[in-house]
Write a protein that binds this ligand. Sequence first.
Ligand SMILES: [Fe+2]
Length: 246
Amino acid sequence: MRFAAIADIHGNYLALEAVLADIRALGIADIVNLGDMLSGPLDARRTIEILMPLDAVHVLGNHDRYLLDRPPEKMGSWDRPAYEQLDAAHLDWLRAQPMTRVFGEQVFLCHATPDNDEVYWLNTVHPDGAVALSPLDRIEQLAQGVTQSLILCAHTHLARAVRLRDGRLIVNPGSVGSPGFRDKHPYRHVVEAGTPHARYAILERVDGAWQVTFRHVAYDHEAMAALARRNGQPELAHALATGWIG
Ligand SMILES: [Fe+2]
């Protein structure tokens, strides 16, 4: 079993196109998408029009949910611009996707954690804003009840794999379209990938064990940075251009 995991596209259709081309060039047919597909001041419409006909398995992220569970005037600065680009058919397609699901019997898919779409799992934010690897006890606690041998999560935009003491593997493939952001919860912090590449992961089961390969794909990130700049988001534009916030 060999497949690709993509996540956190956030409306960056050029990064998505580059990742899909890379997956195709490697001869990989199966794709899972871990959510946060559209929100951000980029191009939600082109992104969902690539995703809808794609033969892939999707789960919703917190930002996808925000497009469905509140009126536009209550949406945040990343969700409202995406919502305004979408029509009813796009929202119906989104509404049909689950929050979690099992893929190929042995793979559990969620956006953040199995029970919550807003909690960092493999990373923990400290009061000084440092974003560190979470303690193994906490990671294992949040994996309780998941019986699959491979668990995929996203949301932090940080590519990472953690092996649990019972042998299960948790993988975050990183973000296709958003290499840096700033957040206030639970403490002020920034997440920075350090390069502008589009990130995703390839998972393969070899002799009963999961192997993960993290991919960094070059794409026309300057074009997306220019779009963010035109849409009044200079900090996001800098992150798209460099992989850094500051
Ligand atoms: Fe998210």
